[in-house]
Every structure is written in C-alpha cells, then in structure tokens.
Design a protein around this ligand. Structure first.
Ligand code: NAD
Length: 493
C-alpha cells in the first residue's frame, strides 16, 4: 500500500474537485435531497438531489435515443474515444483519488491505485473492441454457410456499490461504450461523487453526455422497479450484495432482461505447511487489508495448516498491529475508516461473538478512541466453526483464523458456503496448488497471490456470488448479443 504525500497545495486543489462537482452543495438537505458524508470525520461533504423514479425514466428516454446513434459509430471511433478517456482520467488521477478518499475512506495511496485499476478497464476495452469475435461455420449438410457476429445489447442499467466507487463503474461503462451501448448509471448513495466526476471527465474526453445518464437517489427500490419495468432497458449489470441481486433478478425476469450479477463473497485463504511464510503473510495483508477489508474478494476465512500456523499467526499479527489507522487523507495512514457506523457495529458484534465462543483475540478487536468510523486491524485465532464470523461476509479489517490438518478437510470447509467468488491458496508445491484450485468452488483463485483482480481476467463468481463476468473479452460479451446469418448455398456450374 503505497502512500502519496498530500502536500498542502495538492489537498487544496483536490478540495476543488469536490466543490466544483455539478450539484455539489454543503447545505443541510431538503426533503428532495440527500447528503454524502466523509467516513473519516463523520462530516457532511456534499448534498445532492434525490432523483425520483419519474426523473429516472426521463433519463432512460435520453440515453436510449443517443444509444441508437452510438451503436452505429465505427469501432475505431469508439476505441479512439476510450483511449482519450484513459488519458484524461490519468491526467486527473489526484483529483479522482482525493474524491474517492473523502467519500469512501480508503487512504490516498490506495485511492490512486483504484484510479489506475479503474482506468485500466477503459484502456483494455479501447483495445479489445477492435477485435470483434465473429465466426464462420459450415452447415454439416452443406446446404448453407453460417456467419456469426455481435450486436450491441441496447440500453444498459448499471448499478454499483460504494466500496470501489470508480472501478466498479468503469468496469461496466467501458465495455458498454465499447460495445455500442448507452447506460443509465446508479452509483451507491454513500459514494456518488466519484461517479459524477468520472462521468464529467469522460464527457471532457469526448463521450456524449447523453450516453451516460447518472441517477442519484436514496430510493433504490422505487428506482429499480420503475426502470426495470421499462422495456427499453435491455441489460442489467449489478454489483452489490447477494440479497439485492436476487431482488433485481426477479425484477429483470419480467422483461427477460439480460443480467450480470457480481455479488457477495466469503473467500477462503488457505495456507499449507509448505508455503513460503513471508509470501503467505504478505499475501494475507493484501487480501485482508486492501480497501480496509471491504472488498468482495477480501480474505474472509483463513485456514492455516497445523505445522505453519503458529509462525504464520505470529508474523501476521505483528504486521497487522503495526498498521497506522487514521483519516484517509493523512500522510502515513495505512488503514482508513470503514464506511459507516453500522459497519463498525457489525464488526464489533462479530468479534464479541467469536471471542465469547472461544476464539483468541491476538490484536485489535475494537474501535480506537477517535472520531470517524474506525475499527482496529484485528486478528482472531482458533475461531470455532459455529461463530457468526466463520459464516458472515466480514467486510472489514478483521481476520478470522482457524487451523486444519489435511487437504481434504480444508477443501470441505472452504466449499461449505453458498458463496463462490474468490479463493486463495499458498503453497510452494505446484501440484498441490493446482489440485486445490481445481477443487475450490470459486470463480477465481489467487495462487500465492493476494490480489487476483486484473482487467485481462474474467472476474466473477460461482454459486450465490453471481452470474456473468467482468473484464477480459467475456466482459465485453456481456454487452453484446450473438447473431447469425444463415446463407443458403446452391450448386452452380
Ligand atoms: P448493496 O447491495 O447494498 O448495494 C449495491 C447497490 O445497489 C447500491 O448502489 C445500492 O444503492 C443499490 N441498491 C440497493 N437496493 C436496491 C434495489 N432494491 N434496487 C436497485 N438498487 C438497489 O451492496 P453494498 O453494501 O453497496 O456493497 C457491498 C456488497 O457488494 C458486498 O456484499 C460485496 O461483496 C458486494 N460486491 C461485490 C463485488 C463483485 O464484483 N462480486 C464487488 C464489490 C462489492
């Protein structure tokens, strides 16, 4: 986790990134508005319009009309536009990172990392869209020739969570634009400012504003019921919790809307006796503390084999206890706040329940004495399987460790969950790594790697962690329909 020195000048310039956003106001909200808060200080930083379902339907109209024009642009034009977006986003990386840190709470160095990661999806799709996946098939009977091609799916509804407020948006909007689609975008009400700035910059880079309609609302249920009843919406891409994803799938069923679901996780992090200790501890720090543990791929259940357990837990605990917690824009901070008071309360409950059931608290375990929604980096050893923390998505800087003896035992435990997004395996034995990865019921596996996400990889989950993939060429196909032309053939002399 690198840190960017926040010079006085840079912070002052970045503050303008907040105050110059459209709709920005620091006033107490009226009944038609809502506020955004800084989780590091609990202070209000913006007040935005709470758009109604009727207003959202007006945005559907605008986007649908522009989408028809955009679908007819050339791949080269769309590619050049996205390349330009990449450049403009990177030119504004400090402003974007500042807004992410202020509204979401990750330290500035990590926020800069998110900007790069988010912009990399834009660059990836600028390149990917130039290679359409068409094909030629022979009719086995010889009577015709079949050509396959891809068409834009149509108007897309993109709903994002708060934890990666920029990357979760670009990972959807970039392939949508690449495929030739317009979008209605609903950011999380906790972190809408990053989306507003990103879309502003995309417009500056040449993407028509009518193609990207942002709806800010604190009434998501009314919003989704209205827009998913509108037959002009042809695609839903949702990232968020499994419960909301399930509700949205029911709504999408009405008009048979093509749907992608990036949902909750419960990642096992498995360390075998033959792992490289240093590498395993480093991987554990990344998989647990990146984004303050508020990541769908965060290591959620640590399983450590008996022979390495004491050494791993000692080294990991030492590193966790040295992480500096504080305001996300303060120099030297390695861990910012969690998103809100409800998240602090949930973590406290999970830790208290685990220790009451016999888990050993190695470090942390409570909110430090400072204002802001902070929770100390925490390590729990010997967590019993019955504890709530062994089954819940923790979403915070708390590591729940239990020990295992055999490969068969740990695989059973790792797969004993309805979720299946990410898994981690640490071992120096290649056969073991691949055998275990094959058996894990997860969409992605980090092998000796604490950060498995990448724009070139098809990110997504199995079981209740989701449907569809984001990133790579699979992520573009989510915004396309496959068509074929069957051309009759007749013998000629
Ligand atoms: P959430 O489900 O509460 O909210 C996600 C988004 O859905 C927000 O924009 C929210 O306003 C909106 N929403 C809520 N109810 C809605 C409704 N009825 N209709 C339409 N929209 C609605 O999730 P969250 O708390 O913002 O994010 C955390 C969750 O997201 C975790 O479970 C995490 O694992 C998951 N997540 C998954 C991925 C992934 O790629 N699989 C990535 C990031 C986060």
């Amino acid at each position: 986790m690198s840190l960017m020195p926040p010079s006085r000048e840079r912070l002052a310039a970045s503050e303008q990134a907040l105050t110059s956003l459209p709709g920005y106001s620091n006033d107490t909200p009226t009944d038609k508005e809502f506020s955004v808060f800084d989780p590091s200080t609990e202070q209000r930083i913006a007040t935005l319009r709470n758009m109604t379902a009727q207003e959202a339907l007006v945005e559907v109209e605008t986007a649908e009309s522009e989408g028809r024009t955009w679908a007819k642009t050339t791949p080269r034009h769309r590619s050049d536009t996205l390349q330009n977006v990449y450049t403009v986003l990177m030119e504004n990386q400090s402003r974007l990172a500042y807004v992410i840190s202020r509204e979401m709470g990750k330290p500035l160095g990590e926020a800069l990392g998110e900007v790069q990661y988010a912009a990399d999806y834009v660059r990836w799709y600028a390149e990917e869209l130039l290679r359409p996946a068409g094909g030629y098939r022979d009719n086995p009977a010889g009577a015709s020739t079949i050509l396959t091609c891809r068409a834009p799916v149509g108007l897309t509804l993109l709903i994002a969570p708060w934890n990666f407020p920029m990357a979760m948006i670009t990972r959807k909007i970039a392939p949508a634009i690449a495929a030739g689609c317009a979008s209605l975008i609903k950011p999380a009400a906790l972190t809408p400012l990053t989306t507003l700035l990103t879309v502003d910059l995309m417009e500056e880079a040449g993407v028509p504003r009518e193609l990207m309609r942002v709806v800010t609302t604190i009434e998501p249920a009314a919003f989704s019921e209205a827009v998913l009843s509108d037959p002009r919406i042809r695609k839903l891409s949702f990232t968020g919790s499994t419960g909301v994803g399930s509700t949205l799938m029911s709504l999408a069923a009405k008009n048979i809307v093509k749907s992608s679901m990036e949902l909750g996780g419960n990642a096992p992090f498995i360390v075998f006796d033959d792992a490289d200790l240093e590498r395993a501890v480093e991987g554990a720090m990344l998989a647990k503390l990146r984004n303050g543990g508020q990541s769908c791929v965060a290591a959620n259940r640590f399983y450590v084999q008996d022979g390495i357990a004491d050494a791993f837990i000692e080294a990991f605990t030492e590193k966790m206890s040295k992480v500096v917690t504080g305001n996300a824009i303060t120099e030297g901070v390695g861990l910012g706040p969690v998103i809100n008071q409800a998240a602090v309360d949930k973590l406290q409950h999970l830790v208290d329940d685990a220790t009451a059931q016999g888990a050993e608290l190695k470090t942390g375990g409570k909110k430090p004495a400072q204002s802001g929604y902070f929770f100390s980096p925490t390590v729990l050893d010997r967590v019993p399987a019955e504890a709530n923390i062994a089954n819940a998505e923790i979403f915070g800087p708390v590591a729940a460790i239990s020990r295992f003896t055999t490969q068969e035992e740990v695989l059973w435990k790792a797969n004993n969950t309805p979720f299946g997004l990410a898994g981690y395996v640490f071992t120096e034995n290649l056969d073991r790594a691949l055998n275990v990865a094959d058996e894990l019921e997860t969409g992605l596996v980090g092998i000796n790697n604490g950060i498995p996400s990448n724009p070139a990889a098809p990110f997504g989950g199995m079981k209740q962690s989701g449907l569809g993939r984001e990133g790579s060429h699979e992520g573009l196909e989510e915004y396309q329909e496959v068509r074929y032309y069957n051309i009759a053939r007749r013998h000629t002399d």
